[in-house]
Design a protein around this ligand. Structure first.
Ligand SMILES: Cc1cc2nc3c(=O)[nH]c(=O)nc-3n(C[C@H](O)[C@H](O)[C@H](O)COP(=O)(O)O)c2cc1C
Length: 206
């Protein structure tokens, strides 16, 4: 019941270079410096032995337009089908790992496994993030990345959603309100007065 989570496409390859990809929701950021992530994988997954063989994987973030492929890659196995071909996903070579990245994904994290924890149903792979690739069209002139524009996909209790309305930025709860116009005492209408005044007028669109 710890939801929502990102549903990511994890790409993998075996020691002969045969690539596969599968969907993972049990994933997370676990350390800032060194940058580290985790994925938890059931040993019976076809992809599992590939991660074991190479110690590498790529986390590809998903979006609204990748929703179909994300679900498909989580219900079909690479044992039976080439999911890249079936979902028309493009492989691009990473910088550090031999595992291909998904070109259609807005963010790719190249990962190298440092530790495996055999927890129970799932084995958790802890991995260092060696490189992060972002799609340039979501970068503004100042180099700031706007992931929201890519409509990231989230998974919550068996359902997929896109992220909704922005509610604030990091630390907004303690920030002083900027651009707050000073008004002389007695000139500002109270909330109740304003509401009364505006009654019947069309409201601002939200
Ligand atoms: C939304 C979603 C999330 C999933 N999360 C995980 C996960 O965190 N760990 C896991 O082992 N399998 C997870 N799965 C299941 C695998 O993706 C699925 O068994 C897949 O077919 C394995 O592919 P493979 O046999 O090609 O390795 C998830 C599936 C879906 C649809």
């Amino acid at each position: 019941m710890l939801y929502p989570l990102p549903a990511v496409l994890v790409s993998v390859a075996d020691r002969d270079g045969k690539a596969n990809l599968f969907t993972v929701a049990w994933t997370g950021t676990v350390c800032s410096d060194p940058p580290m992530v985790s994925i938890s994988v059931r040993p019976e997954r076809y992809s599992y032995h590939m991660i074991e063989e190479t110690g590498e994987f790529v986390i590809n973030l998903t979006t609204e337009s990748l929703a179909h492929a994300t679900d498909y890659c989580g219900v079909r196995s690479g044992r039976d089908i080439d999911k890249w071909e079936k979902m028309k996903l493009t492989q691009v070579q990473g910088q550090y790992v031999q595992v291909p990245m998904v070109a259609e994904s807005p963010v790719n994290l190249e990962c190298r496994v440092t530790q495996k924890l055999e927890l129970g149903t799932h084995h958790m792979f802890l991995a260092k993030v060696l490189a992060v690739h972002v799609e340039e069209r979501y970068l503004d002139e100042s180099g700031r990345f706007h992931l929201a524009q890519a409509k990231p996909l989230v998974y919550s209790h068996g359902r997929y959603f896109t992220t909704g309305r922005e509610l604030g930025t990091f630390g907004f709860s303690v920030k002083k309100r900027e651009n707050k116009t000073k008004v002389r005492a007695g000139t500002a209408a109270s909330g109740a007065e304003r509401r009364k005044k505006n009654k019947g007028r069309p409201g601002r669109s939200k």
